[in-house]
Design a binder for this molecule. Structure first.
Ligand SMILES: O=C(O)C1=C[C@@H](OP(=O)(O)O)[C@@H](O)[C@H](O)C1
Ligand SMILES: C=C(OP(=O)(O)O)C(=O)O
Length: 441
C-alpha cells in the first residue's frame, strides 16, 4: 500500500459514472514543485517550499538534491531545503526516475560539478527520451559529456565558465530551462540563443518566474529566442508557495464537463504562467460551462460539446485530457503543432491513436497533429494499455467514465508520476474504480 492507500502496482477498472459532483482542491503544481526545490538547493541557506507535490517526480527531485548534498526535511506539506549553492557534491550518481524535467534541469546544473552521472530505473521511458540537444550545448560550453547516443545513462563534467551558447528548443524547452538554472552560478553567465522552432514557451516563462522569485536577474526577448542571465549571481533563500497544478486539473475539469453535475475546483489562480490554464478556454470553446470565482473554477457538466482546432503546444500537458473531451465532441477536433508529444512518457500521438481506435473511435495522425472524431456513445468493455504514461491513464480514465461498460487500464499506478490522488479525487466526486493488484504472484 502507498500514501494513497492503493496497491503498489495495479490495473484499474473504471466504471461508467452517471454524474460527478463535489468540491476539490487542486494538487500542487508539478512544474513549480520541481523548479522551486531545485532553486532552493541552488541557494545557500534555508528555503521553505510551501505545499510541495507528493508525486514520484517531486520525490525524484528531492532524492537527487539530497544525493547532491542538500539538506531536505519534510514539514507537513512543506519541504525545508538547506541548499548547496553553487557546489553540488561531485562524483555522485543521480537517478531522476521517470521525470524528464528533473533529469534535464539537473543535467544542466551538473556542469557545476567535476563529474555527475545520471541513470534511470525507467530505461523504457525516460531512457528512450532524447537528451542530445542539451548535451551538445553543454559540450559547446566546454563540459565533458558521455552518453549512450544522446540518451541515458549520461555523465557530465564541468566546470564551465559560460558565455554565448546556442541550444535547440525544437524537441523540448527543458534543455533551455536547464541552462537557465545553471547560468547565474557561472562566472560569465549565459547568453542563450534558442534555435529551431521554439516549443513549450510557457514552461520557459515558469523558469524565468522561478529565477525572479529567488532574486536572480534575467532578461528575455519577447519571443524567448534570446535569454541573457548574468553570471556571478546567487539564488536567494527564502519562502515560496507552490501554486495549484493546471495540467492535472485539466483532467478533472474535462471529467466534470463530460458528465452531468457540478464540480468546484479550488486553488487555481487566474494569474498563472502554466500554459495548461488554457484548457479552461479550450473546454469553454467546445461548449463547456465553466465559470470562475477567484481561485475556484466551477464546472456545470453534461452540456453538448463540439469540435475545435487548436495549436496544442501552448497547453502541451493538457492535450491528453482534452482529447477525452474531443472524443465526445460533435465533429473533428485537431490538435496541431504537437510533435513533441511523441517525445514524452510514451508517443502521445501514435499510442493515443491506437488506444482510441481500439475503443472504437475514429482517429488519425500526422507527424505533428492528432485528429479525433467525436462520438455520442462509447461501448467500453475492454482493456486499454496505459503505456506507463500518467497522462494516457488520465485520458483513458475519462473515456471509461463516459463509456457504456467498464474500461480496464493497465499499469494505472503510473498515475503517481504526477497525480497520486487522481483516482481518489474522482472517487470524492462520485466515480467508482476497482483496483486490481498486479504485484502479487
Ligand atoms: O519545464 C517543465 O517543467 C516541463 C516542460 C514541458 O516539456 P517540453 O518542454 O519537453 O515540452 C512539459 O511537457 C513537462 O511536463 C514539464
Ligand atoms: C511530459 C511530462 O513530464 P516530464 O517531461 O517532466 O517527464 C508530463 O508531465 O506530462
Amino acid at each position: 500500500m502507498n500514501g494513497d492507500g492503493l496497491p503498489e502496482k495495479f490495473d484499474v477498472v473504471v466504471h461508467p459514472a452517471a454524474s460527478l459532483n463535489g468540491v476539490l482542491r487542486a494538487q500542487p503544481s508539478k512544474n513549480y514543485t520541481t523548479r522551486y526545490l531545485l532553486a532552493a538547493a541552488l541557494a545557500v541557506g534555508e528555503t521553505r517550499v510551501v505545499g510541495v507535490a507528493t508525486s514520484e517526480d517531486a520525490e525524484a527531485m528531492l532524492r537527487c538534491l539530497r544525493d547532491w548534498g542538500a539538506g531536505v526535511e519534510r514539514d507537513g506539506e512543506d519541504a525545508v531545503v538547506h541548499g548547496f549553492g553553487a557546489s553540488p557534491r561531485p562524483g555522485v550518481t543521480l537517478n531522476p526516475g521517470n521525470a524528464g524535467a528533473v533529469a534535464r534541469f539537473l543535467m544542466g546544473v551538473a556542469a557545476l560539478t567535476t563529474g555527475t552521472t545520471f541513470e534511470t530505473d525507467y530505461p523504457d521511458s525516460l531512457g528512450k527520451r532524447p537528451q542530445g540537444d542539451l548535451l551538445a550545448a553543454l559540450e559547446r560550453l566546454g563540459a565533458k559529456v558521455g552518453s549512450d547516443e544522446g540518451k541515458l545513462p549520461i555523465s557530465i563534467s564541468g566546470p564551465v565558465r559560460g558565455g554565448v551558447v546556442e541550444v535547440s528548443a525544437e524537441k523540448s524547452s527543458q534543455y533551455a530551462s536547464a541552462l537557465m538554472f545553471l547560468a547565474p552560478l557561472l562566472p560569465d553567465g549565459l547568453e542563450l540563443r534558442l534555435t529551431g522552432d521554439i516549443k513549450s514557451h510557457a514552461p520557459l516563462r515558469q523558469t524565468l518566474d522561478t529565477l525572479s522569485a529567488f532574486g536572480v536577474r534575467a532578461t528575455a526577448a519577447a519571443d524567448l529566442s534570446r535569454i541573457a542571465i548574468p553570471g556571478g549571481q546567487a539564488y536567494r533563500a527564502g519562502r515560496v508557495m507552490v501554486p495549484g497544478d493546471y495540467p492535472g486539473s485539466a483532467a478533472i475539469l474535462t471529467a466534470a464537463a463530460l458528465l452531468p453535475g457540478e464540480v468546484r475546483l479550488s486553488n487555481l489562480r487566474e494569474n498563472d504562467l502554466q500554459g495548461e490554464k488554457e484548457a479552461v478556454n479550450v473546454l469553454r470553446g467546445m461548449g463547456a460551462d465553466i465559470t470562475r470565482e477567484g481561485d475556484t473554477l466551477i464546472v456545470r457538466g453534461g452540456r453538448p460539446l463540439h469540435a475545435v482546432k487548436r495549436d496544442g503546444d501552448a497547453f502541451t500537458d493538457a492535450v491528453q485530457a482534452l482529447t477525452a473531451a474531443a472524443a465526445f465532441a460533435a465533429g473533428e477536433t485537431t490538435w496541431e503543432n504537437v510533435y513533441t508529444l511523441r517525445l514524452k512518457e510514451c508517443d502521445r500521438i501514435s499510442d493515443t491513436r491506437r488506444e482510441l481506435q481500439r475503443l472504437g473511435l475514429t482517429v488519425s495522425e500526422t507527424n505533428d497533429s492528432l485528429t479525433v472524431t467525436g462520438t455520442t456513445e462509447l461501448a467500453g468493455g475492454l482493456t486499454a494499455e496505459g503505456h506507463g504514461d500518467h497522462r494516457m491513464i488520465m485520458l483513458l480514465t475519462l473515456l471509461g467514465l463516459r463509456a457504456t461498460a467498464p474500461v480496464t487500464i493497465t499499469g494505472a499506478h503510473h498515475i503517481r508520476k504526477s497525480y497520486p490522488l487522481f483516482f481518489r479525487h474522482l472517487e470524492a466526486l462520485g466515480a467508482n474504480f476497482d483496483y486490481l493488484p498486479t504485484d502479487v504472484p
